[in-house]
Design a protein around this ligand. Structure first.
Ligand code: NAP
Length: 292
């Protein structure tokens, strides 16, 4: 790849940023498209966020992704925030317009992509989200968009799940949203058709852990879908246990790729090569190529 005087700049800001996989998949896609753009990681400490965003405008950066800890803090610095990002309460994708920086949240479309490929009567689906942190908010917005009949959010801290519930103001949504604590799982699992792990349980260095025990997984109905947001290891212990029960499983890699693809599409205003992004990530993570 040749950087020229005309090369357009994209990037990702976070603190730390060294773990980010976004440069791998975005630069693979930009190279495959043959466009003169490059995507760079920027480590930006919280106290420098505003200066960095002004600097990005000054140097003509075309757009950037936002990761921990800036996803909420960036919002007041933007000229416009999409409805979905306002609902989630976090922005992960920013682009430059004549009116200033605009922001949205592509985690929701990323989460939804593998589910929308399934033929499912979502309006009859009882969903459950394990965890009530940042990713759970995107999953919640996604389940609401699917039209799930009920959405149970399960946390280990009753005060945090209550605050999660209170933060969703739309009446149509609040009527379908219920919160519970971990101890209530045995009563809820037998009617759960979509179960999403939005906790880090099962991710390195907790790769030998699963949010649910085999006995709890045994309580799920046979048609249920188990979805782990974790992308490495792949599959997680949770999904291995679900596979042993022959339940349908989805891992976090597709969400990661699809949220990135949605962002790149916003910046470039053209279709992006999703298989190239996936192959680059799989190679970088040392994962086998997907078959079939
Ligand atoms: P977060 O904001 O820190 O939230 C984590 C949630 O998990 C919190 O509710 C936390 O509860 C709960 N939790 C943590 N450890 C737990 C434990 N031992 N037992 C029970 N609950 C526990 O993190 P996040 O940003 O939402 O990320 C969550 C997971 O999603 C991570 O594994 C992340 O890698 C993954 N993710 C994947 C994608 C993707 O594209 N595939 C995107 C975003 C996130 P407390 O508040 O009580 O600590």
């Amino acid at each position: 790849m040749v950087i020229t005087g005309k090369t357009q700049l994209l990037g990702v800001i976070g603190d730390p940023i060294t773990h980010s996989l976004s440069p791998v998949m975005h630069n693979a896609a930009l190279a495959a498209l043959g466009v003169d753009w490059v995507y760079l990681p920027f480590a930006v400490a919280p106290e420098h966020l505003e200066t960095a965003v002004r600097g990005f405008a000054a140097i003509g950066l075309r757009g950037f992704n936002v990761t921990i800890p800036h996803k909420q803090a960036i919002m007041p610095l933007l000229a416009e925030v999409s409805e979905v990002a306002q609902a989630v309460g976090a922005v992960n994708t920013v682009w430059r317009t004549d009116a200033g920086w605009w922001g949205t949240n592509t985690d929701v479309v990323g989460f939804l992509a593998p589910l929308q490929a399934l033929s499912q009567a979502w309006n009859q689906c009882h969903a459950m989200i394990l965890g009530c942190g940042g990713a759970a908010r995107a999953v919640m917005a996604g389940c609401a968009q699917l039209g799930c009949q009920t959405i149970h959010v399960v946390g280990r801290d009753a005060a945090k799940v209550a605050a999660f519930h209170a933060s969703w103001s739309q009446p149509a949504l609040r009527d379908r949203l219920f919160v519970a604590t971990w101890e209530q799982l045995p009563q809820l699992l037998p009617t759960t058709q979509l179960l999403v792990n939005a906790t880090p349980l099962g991710m390195h260095p907790q790769a030998n852990q699963s949010p649910l025990t085999p006995a709890e997984i045994a309580l799920l109905p046979p048609e249920s879908i188990t979805y782990d947001l974790i992308y490495t290891p792949n599959p997680t212990l949770f999904l291995k246990l679900a596979q042993a029960r022959e339940l349908r499983t989805i891992n976090g890699l597709e969400m990661l790729i699809q949220q990135g693809a949605a962002a790149l599409q916003i910046w470039l205003q053209q279709q992006v090569p999703i298989p190239v992004m996936e192959a680059a990530l799989r190679q970088y993570l040392g994962l086998a190529e997907e078959r079939g």
